[in-house]
Design a protein around this ligand. Structure first.
Ligand code: FAD
Ligand code: NAD
Length: 454
């Protein structure tokens, strides 16, 4: 049988679209299959609508701040339906753009469910395609643990389409999504309880940052309930009653679960066509994104390495160049020093190692910390603060980690990520003349470090 396509991609999300476009730009005959929405999680129920809601959720704070500058902003009100529907309109526009980008790149688009039938064989619903290579970029889906009443839990997708905004909300989980949702919902006026089973949320982030964000959120009157596990959910009137492991109970209007995501493999493989999976149910790939089946590749959230859009994009570009490019990229994808942000209130920006990780790799480090009240807040009694931390290898002077929580943390961190990726030393930071007055200048004016040995 002749192959119709050099590459068939299943899933038109961040990784799939980028791989398809880039492969086509290298001259490959490419098809892509999408069953739900163009642009995938990030565009439809992830980064983009989340960030739009996050922008919205800062307005009450801005109105209050405006008073300190002499503006009178009284009598404002908020209409959830306007924010939700404006967001949905913008997402529809982006869906169209994604489809057009694929068309313009010469990628053949199929709308339907993609299924791997065997080596080089893919089905789109009832139609069969043949391909020299197949790429799985089907992403992930929310995971909710099994417990009595778990069917009453809402997932992150639901937030983006809620009919009405609940007054009292519980957000269960201590990762990116739960912490971002807690900030958004609180900012939009909900009474929020974030429930986390461990001592302190945001596991994996730098310890000082985790503490700082918890203090700031408590200061904003978000109820952070740590060391709490939900054992059951019951419907009580129009509310949902949470029972905790200690027997205590609380009733909310909505309970969101953000307890991680799992790879999306539903109906993806015909019998006998499933590649090897990891213990956590992700598709197992080698350094070149090859699965255990010849010419079958996978990348993005479905391989569960780093669940971030820019990582899926980078993996897609890498693979397209590797398979079809004239010049091959570096031997393997470089996952070191990937900058990331949590769009919580306050924002977190981070790149490189946390203090805990640095102490496992270096025999001694220097830690520079600065906590301050941003100038914007100094005219009134607002207690918003920012916190910045640099971690430096004491022997080599190389900056190993940069962490910030506070206003503009994500934007500031992105710029500094270039320096850290290039291997900047603390002396390089010191030799950089700051921009005054900014919060970011703090990062090039930190002089008093504390030496800590492993
Ligand atoms: C609430 C939330 C907020 C987030 N915020 C951020 C953020 O701020 N920054 C960031 O970097 N990352 C963020 N992420 C993570 C980011 O969205 C993902 O890492 C990224 O979308 C992964 O891209 P992907 O291509 O692997 O999968 P996806 O974008 O999930 O795309 C997979 C696509 O495959 C389709 N599909 C699945 N199965 C099939 C099938 N059998 N046939 C056809 N099509 C199929 C799906 O419908 C989907 O369109 C967020 C995620 C969530 C849930
Ligand atoms: N700003 C961003 O870049 C951004 C935003 C959102 C999501 N994301 C990506 O999406 C991924 C998924 O986000 P997430 O927040 O769902 O996952 P996560 O892995 O960040 O956090 C999951 C949380 O749920 C908790 N948990 C897991 N199982 C549980 C259980 N049975 N009971 C109670 N708690 C449980 C974990 O302890 C953890 O705190 C993230 O890892 C991230 O890579 C990125």
């Amino acid at each position: 049988m002749t192959t119709e396509f050099d590459l068939v991609v299943i899933g038109a999300g961040s990784g799939g679209v980028r791989a398809a476009r880039m492969a086509a730009s290298h001259g490959a005959r490419v098809a892509i299959i999408e069953e739900r929405f163009f642009g995938g999680t990030c565009v439809n129920v992830g980064c983009v609508p989340k960030k739009l809601f996050s922008y919205g959720s800062h307005f009450p704070q801005e109105f209050a701040l405006a008073e300190d500058f002499g503006f009178s902003v009284q009598g404002w009100s908020f209409d959830w339906a306007t924010l939700r529907d404006n967001k949905s309109r913008e997402i529809e526009r982006l869906n169209g753009i994604y489809q057009r980008i694929l068309d313009q790149a010469g990628v053949t688009v199929f709308e339907g469910h993609g299924k791997v039938l065997g080596q080089g064989r893919v089905a789109v619903d009832d139609q069969e395609l043949s391909a020299a290579n197949i790429l799985i970029a089907t992403g992930g889906k929310p995971y909710v643990p099994e417990f009595p009443g778990c069917e009453l839990a809402r997932i992150s997708d639901d937030l983006f389409y809620l009919e009405t905004l609940p007054e009292r909300v519980a957000v269960v989980g201590g990762g990116y999504i739960a912490t971002e949702f807690a900030g958004i919902l609180h900012g939009l006026g909900c009474q929020v309880t974030q429930v986390y089973r461990g001592d302190l949320f945001l596991r994996g982030f730098d310890g000082d940052i985790r503490q700082f964000v918890a203090e700031q959120m408590r200061g904003q009157e978000v109820d952070l309930k740590f060391n709490s596990d939900v054992t059951r959910l019951d419907r009580v009137g129009s509310g949902k009653q949470v029972t905790y492991q200690d027997g205590s109970q609380q009733t909310f209007d909505e309970v969101f679960y953000a307890t991680g995501r799992v790879p999306k493999l539903d109906g993806l493989f015909a019998d006998g066509a499933t590649p090897t999976l990891t213990e956590k149910g992700a598709i197992k790939v080698d350094d070149g994104f090859a699965t255990s089946i010849p010419c079958l590749y996978a990348l993005g959230d479905v391989i569960d390495r780093v669940q971030l859009t820019p990582v899926a994009l980078a993996e897609g570009m890498w693979l397209a160049a590797q398979l079809f490019g004239e010049s091959k990229p570096q031997a393997t994808m470089d996952y070191r020093n990937i900058a990331t942000a949590v769009f919580s209130h306050p924002n977190i920006g981070t790149v490189g190692l946390s203090q805990e990780e640095a102490l496992q790799q270096a025999s001694a480090i220097r830690v520079y910390k600065s906590g301050f009240r941003p100038m914007r807040y100094t005219l009134g009694d607002k207690q918003e603060r920012s916190f910045i931390k640099l971690i430096v290898d004491d022997e080599t002077d190389k900056v190993l980690g940069l962490h910030m929580a506070g206003e503009d943390a994500a934007e500031i961190t992105q710029g500094f990520a270039v320096a850290i990726k290039m291997g900047a030393s603390k002396a390089d930071f010191d030799a950089t003349v700051g921009i005054h007055p900014t919060a970011a200048e703090e990062l090039v004016t930190m002089r008093q470090g504390e030496r800590i040995t492993a």
